[in-house]
Design a protein around this ligand. Structure first.
Ligand SMILES: *[C@@H]1O[C@H](CO)[C@@H](O)[C@H](O)[C@H]1NC(C)=O
Ligand SMILES: *[C@@H]1O[C@H](CO)[C@@H](O)[C@H](O)[C@H]1NC(C)=O
Length: 612
C-alpha cells in the first residue's frame, strides 16, 4: 500500500518534471543565448528614467528577466544534448506546429502551460505530501486559514539553500518552495540555490528546479561553484560553511544595492521541513521580532529519532543540547536549561544562545543588512603544510562552526546597537546599573583589563552528575556503519554528522563556570532574540514522519493558549557567561577532529573586538 502510493507519487512527479523541463526547453530556449552569458546573471540597476520616476521594486520576472538566472552551469554538450534537441524539435514539428493554424489555435499552448503550472503548484514531493496529515499541537494543521494574516502582510522572503551532494532532498525542497510560492505569491519570493561542488545528481536536479521555477515565474539564482580546495581533505570546514552561505546571500545584497529591494525574512532550507511548519516559524519570528528562529533537527537512529544538531546548538546557558530521543521524558529533553526544557515540553518556542537545527529563519534587518556575514576562525592548523601548531592563548576565540560565530556576532551586535541608539535598558531592575555601565564602556580603553575579569575555568571535562546521554551505547557502531562504502555518508545522518563523537568526549559537558564573575555582566546588555521552535521538525531520509510527529506531539491535544501565549516570549535572558566550545583546530574537511572546552563569553569584551 505504502509502496504503491510512493511509486504512484514518484511516477506522477517524474511525469510533471518531464513536462516542466519540456515546456521550459520549448518556450524558453533562447533566454540565455541572446544575452551576454557572462552578464546574464547580473541584477540590473534602475535606469535613469526609473530613478527619476517611481522605481519598480517588484520581483516581477516577466518585466525583469534577469531575476531568473543560472551561474556556473556546465554548458558543454554531452551525449544527451543532441538527443534532447532532436526530441524537442520533433515534438514541435510533428505535434505542435501542424496544429497552429492561426492566432486562435496558438493559444492552446498557453493553455498547456497554464495547465502545467496548475499541476506544478500542487507538486507535493515525496514527503511533503504527508505534511497535512501529520500531528501538530494547537490544531495548527487543521486550521486552513491560520496563515492568512501573514500572507496578507505581503512581505518578501529570500529562500536560501546550500546543496553539497544532497540530491535526495532537492525534490522535496523544491516541492516546499512551490507550496510556499503558492501561499505567499510567486513574486514575493526569491530563491537562491548554491550547489557547492556536488558529485551526485544535484546538477541535473537543479536543471529541473530551474525549469519549474521558470515556469512558475518565481525569481531565482541557481549557482554552482567548485570547492574551495582541490583536495577536500585540505579544506577547513567552518571556512567552507561561511563561504557557501555568503555566496548564497549574494543576490540578497545585490537586490538591495541595485534595486532597493528589502526582504523581510531569509529562510534557510536544510533537510526537509513541512511548509506549514516554516510558515509558523516565520510567524513566530515576526511576533517576537526575533533575529533568528530555528526548527529542530531529527534524524533516524536504530528505529527511533534523535535530536541531531549538537555542534551548532547551545541552550541559553551555553550548554550543548542532549542527543535525546523524540519520545524523551521531561527530564531528558534536548535543551538542558530549566526554562527551555519547560517550554519545550509545552511545544512552545524557547530562547537559546545559538541554533541552526535544520530550517531556520533569519531577520536580515538585524543581521545581513547591518553588515553581518558568516565567518570562521582563521588560526587553525593546515595539515597540508609543514608548519607547526599555531600558538593559541587559552582564551583564544573558539574555532567552531560558522553558525556559532554568527550567533555570537548577533549577541554582540544586538548589545552594541542598543548602546549606540540609546535604547532603553532591557531589564527594569537594572536601569541604574546599566546607565552607569554604558558610560563606563564608552569611556574605557578597548584593551582595558576587563579581559582579566573573565575568571572562567577553562577545559577540564568532568561527567555531569546523574546525567546520561541516551543513545551513547551504540555510537561507535553507528559511526562505523555510516560511511561504509558510501561516498556521501553524511547524506542521511542529519546535522549530527558534524557533532563531536561521544567516544571522543563530545557527550561530556564541561562543568558550568561560576557565574557572576564578569566585571560587567552579560545580563545588562540587550539580548539577541534567538529562538528554537520545537513545532518545526526538520528531518532526513529514513524518518517515519508520522511516528516522529506522534512521539513529539502526542495526539495533538489542543491547549487553550491564546495566539500570543503560543508565540511570544515575554522574558528574554542575557547571554551566558560561558559556553561549550566544540572546535576544529585543524583542516581535514567536515570530519576533522574536534576538541571541546568551555570558554568564557563576555559581551563587553567582544564589543571591543568586533570589527566595525
Ligand atoms: C560579454 O561580456 C564580456 C565581459 O563583460 C565581454 O568580454 C564580452 O566581449 C561580451 N560578449 C559579447 C558577445 O558581447
Ligand atoms: C592548506 O594548504 C594547502 C597547501 O598549501 C592549500 O592548498 C589549502 O588551500 C590550504 N587549506 C586552507 C583551508 O587554507
Amino acid at each position: 500500500m505504502a509502496i504503491s502510493f510512493r511509486r504512484r507519487t514518484l511516477s506522477r512527479l517524474f511525469f510533471l518534471l518531464l513536462i516542466a523541463l519540456f515546456v521550459k526547453i520549448l518556450f524558453f530556449p533562447a533566454r540565455q543565448s541572446f544575452q551576454n552569458k557572462s552578464k546574464a546573471h547580473q541584477i540590473k540597476e534602475h535606469n535613469f528614467i526609473e530613478r527619476a520616476t517611481r522605481p519598480d521594486r517588484s520581483l516581477n520576472v516577466q518585466r525583469h528577466p534577469f531575476l531568473q538566472s543560472r551561474m556556473g552551469r556546465d554548458e558543454q554538450d554531452d551525449i544527451f544534448s543532441g538527443l534532447i534537441r532532436n526530441g524537442v524539435r520533433d515534438y514541435w514539428e510533428r505535434f505542435q506546429l501542424p496544429y497552429i493554424l492561426n492566432k486562435e489555435t496558438s493559444s492552446m499552448d498557453a493553455q498547456h502551460v497554464l495547465g502545467a503550472i496548475d499541476q506544478l503548484l500542487s507538486l507535493n514531493g515525496w514527503v511533503a505530501a504527508h505534511c497535512p496529515t501529520l500531528i501538530r499541537p494547537f490544531g495548527q494543521n487543521t486550521r486552513l486559514n491560520a496563515y492568512d494574516d501573514l500572507i496578507r502582510e505581503d512581505h518578501l522572503y529570500f529562500i536560501a539553500i546550500v546543496i553539497h551532494s544532497a540530491d535526495h532532498f532537492l525534490v522535496d525542497q523544491l516541492a516546499v518552495i512551490v507550496q510556499m510560492a503558492k501561499r505567499l505569491g510567486t513574486d514575493n519570493l526569491f530563491v537562491s540555490m548554491l550547489d557547492y561542488d556536488s558529485t551526485d545528481s544535484t546538477e541535473t536536479l537543479t536543471d529541473l528546479c530551474e525549469a519549474v521555477l521558470t515556469l512558475l515565474g518565481v525569481p531565482f539564482r541557481i549557482r554552482r561553484v567548485p570547492g574551495m580546495t582541490q583536495d577536500p581533505s585540505a579544506a577547513y570546514y567552518p571556512l567552507e560553511e561561511a563561504y557557501m552561505r555568503n555566496l548564497a546571500l549574494e543576490p540578497l545584497h545585490e537586490l538591495l544595492a541595485k534595486r532597493s529591494i528589502r526582504f523581510s525574512r531569509v529562510v534557510w532550507l536544510k533537510g526537509f521541513t513541512c511548509p506549514n511548519d516554516i510558515l509558523e516559524t516565520i510567524k513566530i519570528s515576526f511576533a517576537n521580532e526575533a533575529a533568528m528562529v530555528c526548527g529542530m533537527d531529527w534524524a533516524e537512529h536504530n528505529g527511533f529519532f534523535i535530536f541531531s544538531d549538537r555542534w551548532r546548538t547551545r541552550d541559553i546557558e551555553g550548554d550543548q543540547f542532549r542527543q535525546s530521543k523524540s519520545s524523551s521524558k521531561p527530564d531528558g529533553v534536548p535543551p538542558r536549561d530549566h526554562q527551555g526544557a519547560l517550554r519545550y515540553a509545552q511545544h512552545l518556542p524557547f530562547q537559546v544562545f545559538c541554533c541552526e537545527s535544520g530550517t531556520h529563519v533569519v531577520d536580515p534587518a538585524q543581521s545581513y543588512y547591518r553588515g553581518l556575514a558568516y565567518r570562521a576562525g582563521t588560526d587553525f592548523q593546515n595539515l597540508s603544510r609543514a608548519e607547526g601548531v599555531p600558538v593559541r592563548e587559552p582564551d583564544a576565540p573558539c574555532l567552531d562552526s560558522s553558525q556559532a560565530w554568527f550567533c555570537r556576532d548577533l549577541w554582540v551586535r544586538s548589545a552594541r546597537d542598543a548602546m549606540q541608539t540609546g535604547d532603553k535598558p532591557y531589564y527594569a531592575a537594572e536601569v541604574h546599573r546599566r546607565d552607569v555601565v554604558v558610560e563606563e564602556v564608552a569611556a574605557h580603553d578597548p584593551l582595558m583589563e576587563a579581559r582579566d575579569a573573565v575568571k572562567v575555568k577553562l577545559g577540564g571535562p568532568a561527567a555531569e552528575g546523574g546525567e546520561e546521554e541516551e543513545v551513547d551505547d551504540n555510537a561507535a557502531d553507528r559511526r562505523k556503519g555510516v560511511g561504509k562504502g558510501k561516498k556521501d555518508a553524511d547524506a542521511n545522518a542529519g546535522s549530527d554528522y558534524d557533532a563531536m563523537p561521544d567516544e571522543e568526549g563530545g557527550g561530556e559537558v564541561p562543568p558550568a563556570a561560576e557565574s557572576g564573575t564578569l566585571l560587567i555582566p552579560n545580563s545588562v546588555f540587550r539580548p539577541a532574540r534567538i529562538l528554537v521552535n520545537p513545532r518545526c521538525p526538520t528531518t532526513y531520509a529514513g524518518v517515519s514522519h508520522t511516528q516522529l510527529a506522534r512521539d513529539l506531539f502526542g495526539e495533538g491535544d489542543d491547549d487553550s493558549l491564546s495566539a500570543t501565549g503560543k508565540y511570544v516570549l515575554d522574558d528574554w535572558e542575557g547571554a551566558p557567561e560561558s559556553f561549550v566550545c566544540q572546535e576544529q583546530r585543524q583542516t581535514g574537511g567536515r570530519k576533522a577532529t574536534k576538541t571541546q572546552r568551555r570558554l568564557g563569553f563576555s559581551i563587553h569584551d567582544e564589543i571591543q573586538r568586533l570589527p566595525v
